[in-house]
Design a protein around this ligand. Structure first.
Ligand code: SF4
Ligand code: SF4
Length: 351
């Protein structure tokens, strides 16, 4: 299981797609429950991955240290904005398996949305934690300013990130001309990235672009029964007030409250909306994001717009399968190298 452990609801940045800190009343800025109860919950899971989450989790490095010293897990990681990495001593970074660092691509694109100088700080953080043996994942938010091909290949070319993942700035932000942009820019860029993935695969190299790799993995290894992030069935978020949530973004929504670390909780199971249950892309997509499937903040038409783009992106990725089949048959690549489990990294696969 994946345990997304909030260390605080506070954040030191105010990126424009997110807005920064949660209200302290909703996600307290320090941990309010008995952490020994967290230990009990996590240690009951023999295959636990603990990912520190916030707010900005490194605002509360002492809690990160306490958990790493006292709560046994198979894997530890952090989702961070990459500006406070020095607050956690190197000895702890050395025990961390993975760091997801928020960066949107080229410097001007990142700094426009996250603040001046952020790109430089995040690349410095990636260099530092990677030198300590931590696997690094670039975690991009994709907006109208993104050129997906340029920004992804830029991040890959830095040699600082082992994997690149992206999420679309849809649903959370006010509605924008998302479909027009997708037709003009995003989908052609995705097709070029799929070509690049295949060219590298022909040389025996798996480019770890998670929205491509995670779909190819689903094709060969069974797919996703619900949202690929695992929300509510393989992934649980523990807020600083001790609530156990199906999704870490759903801090206000009653449907996401599964119980508490102190009183116990009940998983909600893999959920699929009715349109998804009958959808031919279901095993690759799992309904995309549980939160947006339930909340539908852009309304029905907005849901359909995102869905049309999701299907076109899936078609682009799946068009690679016949060639991947050949490369596996010829022994250029091992099938096992294409396996990807998003709950090991706390990624969502489908942008
Ligand atoms: S492509 Fe759309 S309808 Fe199909 S599973 Fe994904 S979100 Fe659901
Ligand atoms: S993909 Fe959606 S459901 Fe999953 S963690 Fe993110 S916001 Fe929550």
């Amino acid at each position: 299981m994946l345990w997304l452990v909030f260390t605080t609801g506070a954040c030191n940045l105010r990126c424009d797609y997110c807005g920064g800190s949660f209200p302290e009343k909703v996600v307290p800025y320090t941990v309010k429950y008995d952490p020994l109860k967290l230990k009990k919950v996590v240690e009951a899971d023999r295959d636990a991955t603990v990912i520190f989450y916030g707010g900005e989790p490194l605002i509360n490095p002492r809690f990160v240290e306490w958990v790493m010293d006292n709560v046994r897990a198979r894997r530890y990681g952090v989702q961070t904005n990459g500006t406070l990495h020095r607050l956690l001593p190197d000895a702890y970074w050395k025990r961390m398996n993975v760091a997801l660092l928020s960066i949107d691509g080229r410097e001007e694109v990142t700094d426009k949305h996250r603040g001046r100088g952020v790109y430089r700080k995040v690349t410095e953080a990636a260099r530092h934690v990677r030198s300590l043996g931590v696997e690094t994942i670039a975690r991009m938010a994709v907006t109208a300013d993104t050129d997906i091909y340029e920004d992804v290949t830029h991040l890959l070319s830095l040699g600082l990130f082992d994997k690149v993942h992206w999420q679309l700035d849809v649903v959370w932000s006010p509605r924008w001309d998302f479909e027009g942009w997708a037709e003009r820019s995003y989908l052609p860029g995705i097709r070029r990235l799929v070509d690049l993935f295949l060219r590298e695969l022909e040389r025996g190299r798996v480019l770890r672009m998670i929205p491509i790799l995670g779909v190819i993995s689903a094709h060969y290894f069974g797919g996703y029964p619900g949202s690929p992030c695992g929300a509510g069935y393989r992934s649980f978020a523990i807020s600083t007030d001790g609530r156990v949530l199906a999704c870490p973004i759903a801090v206000y929504e009653r449907w996401a409250e599964l119980g508490t670390v102190e009183g116990g909780f009940r998983p909600m199971g893999a959920y699929l909306a009715k349109e998804c249950a009958a959808c031919p892309y279901r095993r690759y997509c799992g309904g995309r994001c549980l939160y947006s499937m339930i909340e539908r903040d852009w309304g029905e038409e907005g849901f359909k717009a995102v869905d049309r783009v999701t299907r076109a992106y899936l078609d682009a990725v799946l068009s690679a399968i016949p060639r991947v089949d050949e490369l596996v048959r010829e022994g250029v690549v091992r099938l096992e190298d294409l396996r990807y489990d998003p709950t090991q990294d706390s990624t969502e696969v489908i942008p």
